[in-house]
Design a protein. Structure first.
Ligand code: KG4
Ligand code: ZN
Length: 352
């Protein structure tokens, strides 16, 4: 089985070809970073227009890299939501057109499901069930993954997503967008003990997250430092590095505390050694990964993390979710509606 995947839900235009036997025959990703950077965040209209300009070429390049004709495909998978609706519509209309013209099955993939299943593309031993920590720019969730289309959300953020907190902190520090990699680099040089920032939800029962209090504390710290700084409104390089390090430590401590509770809850209902899977763009963060390795060791769990290029948005994970769904006979009609909001708990595994 060979599936083409298409991803256009945020600021990456992507096309990939993946097989049932876990070969990634092509994985093309075009980042729109430079187009959004001047605005310090993703501008939906610019994103949609850019997807439209590039998606046909990316699909052609993916097929060329996979060295096959469209006719050789067994299915077309596309992110049908959640995401910026203009972009999702560009991907959906592209996939629907290909499916109709080629007479191939169409698979409407939930973007979060694609992140959730991505580990199985690279780790054949990652059997169901497992506990997923999904950390992206738009989401922060702990999910019990029971099977394809069977997800129980154990906890979610009550305000900001963790990636958003990284991005906003970076913006306050004058670091480039996207903030995650910039914060991580600055944090390596900084002193995490210099600022005692709040660790939201720490020690509370349950698995929900919160990042807005931490964000406010960063804003107050930055205001205070810039009033004292070298010039009006300026931070010294050491201040920037220390705030970044203190923020990253607080964010990681919160995630670790919530993941610890989720592991205990998962264990109570699933016998055997639990597997903790971390996925999404923020899973590229080394400090967070190291902290999670420590947690897994302490809790007797196995930690799995897809490689960074499969953690940030890509179409290989969409194609793989397509393989998983198509293999179970789960296809979708040509008139499915793209969705800006589509919680993982609403994803189903019944044929359409
Ligand atoms: O999964 P993703 O590529 O897109 C969404 O679906 O949101 O995640 C993007 C997020 C951004 O907020 C970005 O700042 C963050 O992932 N990110 C990181 C790192 N690399 C990317 N956050 C922390 N550390 C990183 N190294
Ligand atoms: Zn994503």
């Amino acid at each position: 089985m060979i599936v083409l995947g298409i991803e256009t839900s945020c600021d990456e235009t992507a096309a990939a070809v993946v097989t049932e036997s876990r070969e990634i025959l092509a994985n093309k990703v075009l980042s729109q970073l430079a187009e959004h950077a001047p605005y310090g965040g993703v501008v939906p209209e610019i994103a949609a227009r850019s997807h439209l300009d590039h998606i046909d070429r990316l699909v052609a390049q993916a097929m060329e890299e996979a060295a096959m004709d469209l006719a050789a495909l067994d299915g077309i998978a596309v992110t049908g939501g959640p995401g910026l609706i203009g972009g999702v519509m560009v991907g959906a209309i592209t996939a629907k057109t290909l499916a109709q013209v080629l007479g191939k099955p169409l698979i409407n993939v939930n973007h979060l499901e694609a992140h959730a299943l991505s580990v199985r593309l690279v780790e054949p031993g990652a059997d169901f069930p497992y506990l997923l920590l999904l950390v992206t720019g738009g989401h922060c969730q702990l999910v019990s993954v029971e099977d394809v289309g069977r997800y129980t959300v154990l906890g979610t953020t009550i305000d900001d997503a963790i990636g958003e907190a990284f991005d906003k902190t970076a913006k306050m520090l004058g670091l480039p967008y996207p903030g995650g990699p910039a914060i991580e680099a600055a944090a390596k040089r900084g002193n995490a003990a210099r600022f005692d920032l709040p660790r939201p939800m720490l020690g509370r029962p349950g698995c929900d997250f919160s990042f807005s209090g931490l964000k406010t504390a960063v804003a107050q710290t930055v205001d205070r430092l810039s009033a004292e700084g070298p010039g009006a409104g300026e931070l010294s390089a050491a201040d920037i590095d220390d705030v970044a390090a203190s923020f990253q430590a607080a964010a990681a401590a919160t995630v670790l505390d919530r993941a610890r509770n989720a592991l205990a809850a998962f264990r109570a209902t699933h016998p055997g050694t639990p597997r903790l899977v971390v996925a999404g763009g923020v899973a590229a963060n080394r400090a967070l990964r190291t902290a999670l390795e420590g947690l897994a060791g302490e809790a007797g769990a196995v930690l799995s993390a897809p490689p960074p290029e499969l953690c940030t948005d890509n179409a290989a994970m969409v194609a793989w979710a397509g393989v998983e769904r198509l293999g179970r006979g789960l296809t979708d009609p040509l008139d499915f509606a793209p969705r800006p909001r589509w919680p993982l708990g609403d994803v189903r595994a019944e044929p359409a």
